[in-house]
Design a protein around this ligand. Structure first.
Ligand code: BMA
Length: 394
């Protein structure tokens, strides 16, 4: 009896193992690309598997809605910073919803000089830990770079022309190279389970605006394109960074702008982005969103690339336009102004800018006048938070 029972158990085990083996083989045979999700042409042909998975996730996301992102979501918020809560992951979004953002924006301005903290005071070690934490929970990481001015060592907003000197045989080429080497070391150091986590990288953004040293008119479009390509040659080919997806992101288009004025070429850009804020007039904002996102969508579709609203938010603390505010009260901005404009836009994600202080706040916190409206926005079918994107089957 005893022997028979053992044999029976052994057989049962063997069958289980065989079934599990078949399932594993079946799953691993499921093709990564298919007729809906075709193999994209990525900037980095050596991009890691994690990058490829992230790209696929962004693609499928955009079929369901758009991932909701927040800059520095877990690094600080209104009235708090991460070090006040060392044993938990806090975010202003989570304080009002039973969920977290799906996309986590960070800025590495300051890394180029080997600083301990970024330009907004976030320690790079904390930033790395927060990125890993968010990624381990299914979150998506995007990074911008408010680099200092290499010519003057002033900040990003020091508009002294500098690009000419960090391209070609410019005097500061080596200096910029050494900055990129520090960017590379940091971005490669952000690892989860031994592998560098995939990062959506959005350097030298808003170049059609006139506020950054890399922007118009401080360099011309050809110089900008050269800067962009050199940045990729260095990161990808010299410093072997293979965990990046590159996003080209102008600011909202001025009447004479073409979206592709500074576009460095299809082989140098993975995703098309655009930054559009509502600073003064919500009607103007709605028009810009409708108009610009349509342009971005058309160009991206033609190029078979994904696209996103890479920075946004409402902030009328300066230049308040009371008349417009009465027409479209800010308390209802998320549901009345924003959502209708992006609902069918096809963007993969939207990134609300940081909650630096009450004068520079783009996400509601607990008790904020838009809290109730944001909660309604969060329930909209296309607004995808962390739990929603984790439900996606790739
Ligand atoms: C800008 C502003 C600055 C900030 C920078 C980097 O848009 O928010 O205050 O230092 O982003 O986060």
């Amino acid at each position: 009896m005893h022997r028979t029972y053992k044999t029976y158990n052994f057989k049962k085990c063997l069958i289980k193992i065989l079934i599990m083996g078949f399932i594993a083989i079946f799953n691993s045979c499921k093709p990564f690309y298919n007729t809906v999700y075709k193999k994209p042409q990525l900037v980095d042909t050596k991009a890691s598997k994690q990058v490829k998975i992230l790209h696929k996730k962004l693609f499928y996301l955009s079929k369901e809605g758009f991932a909701i992102g927040h800059q520095d979501a877990t690094a600080y918020g209104i009235g708090w910073k991460q070090s006040d809560f060392p044993n938990m992951i806090k975010s202003d979004v989570n304080d009002i919803l039973d969920d977290f953002p799906a996309v986590y924006g960070f800025d590495i301005g300051g890394i180029e000089k080997g600083k301990t903290n970024n330009l907004d005071g976030v320690p790079f070690d904390t930033m790395r830990a927060l990125m890993i934490d968010a990624y381990s929970k299914g979150g998506i990481i995007t990074v911008s770079w408010h680099a200092d001015n290499p010519k003057t060592n002033g900040d990003s907003w020091d508009r002294t022309p500098a690009v000419q000197e960090i391209i070609g045989d410019g005097k500061l080429v080596e200096k910029y190279e050494s900055w990129l080497s520090k960017v590379a070391v940091f971005l490669k150091s952000i690892k989860y389970k031994g592998k560098a986590i995939p990062i959506i990288f959005r350097p030298h953004h808003e170049m059609n605006g006139d506020w950054f040293w890399w922007g118009n008119p401080n360099c011309n479009s050809l110089e900008y394109m050269q800067l962009w390509r050199n940045t990729i040659y260095s990161l990808r080919d010299k410093y072997h960074v293979h965990n990046l997806i590159y996003v080209y992101a102008p600011n909202k288009l001025n009447p004479n702008d073409n979206y592709v004025d500074y576009y460095p070429g299809d082989t140098f850009v993975d995703i098309l982005g655009i930054d559009i804020y509502d600073f003064q007039n919500s009607v103007e904002f709605s028009n810009a969103i409708a108009n610009d996102l349509k342009i971005v969508k058309n160009i991206a579709t033609e190029k078979s690339k994904l696209y996103a609203l890479t920075e946004t938010g409402v902030n009328k603390s300066e230049g308040v336009n009371w008349f417009i505010q009465e027409l479209v009260p800010d308390q209802n901005w998320f549901t009345k102004v924003l959502y209708p404009n992006i609902e069918n836009s096809g963007i993969s994600w939207i990134l609300f800018w940081r909650n630096g202080n009450e004068g520079e706040q783009y996400m509601p916190n607990k008790g904020h006048k838009s809290e109730a409206d944001f909660k309604i926005f969060a329930k909209e079918p296309k607004a995808l938070f962390l739990k929603d994107i984790n439900r996606l089957k790739l």
